[in-house]
Design a protein around this ligand. Sequence first.
Ligand code: BEZ
Length: 251
Amino acid sequence: MKWNADLYDQKHAFVAQYGESVLELLDVKPGEYILDLGCGTGDLTQQIQNKGAKVKGTDLSPDMIAQAKEKYPEVDFAVENAADFFTDDKYDAVFSNAALHWVHDQNGALRSVYNSLKHGGRFVAEMGGKDNMARLIEATRLVLQNHGYQQQADAKIWYFPSVAEYATKLEEHGFRVTFMAHFDRKTPLQDGDQGVAKWVTVFGAQYLEGIPDDEKQQILAEITQRLAPHYNEGGQWYADYKRLRFVAIKE
Ligand code: BEZ
């Protein structure tokens, strides 16, 4: 996925804002060495550093990392693949907010996280959980199918696991899960009636690949129309986010 870091920062600041409550769960101690995995444009990475930790922020997107470095030149950032990374200098904690659901190779990610932690180190994260954005995904698939775009409708862009599925995966990789929760987070969308179209364009670009521009606009309008009864509350649009949040310890 090619990210537009500017658009991400302008339209989706809420990603980092909600992440602040995951930071509380991370409970940073001064002097700890912490990895922010999938750091985007670095807002939470900088907050971790401000709490007195030594931090490294990594992301697969060179555009995101370039923007992060520009915003926070005093923070260490690097382009790295969450599914395949290695460090000699082990972390006290690995933190991740709203990034893991983009990783297709989950076994690679959990292996890399486990190997990068000190013994007793913690993995504290939040990601999309089972049925995250279920209404939007269902509406998008249906409209794409109606327009004859079966391949786009079948695109598997994200991984949104259940508690049972992800706890099992973490245990299989050697972690002890000390906390896990799956909860609703009704999330306001910006840009009013254009909010759904903007969201799909920024985050679900793969659904729209290869579709001519005018038909794309028509498809986005139809998705919006289908979602209106569920998402539009008196002009403010809300998305049906569901989060999976956990703490897992390397034993
Ligand atoms: C999420 O944070 O749940 C999310 C964000 C963008 C795309 C998919 C999911």
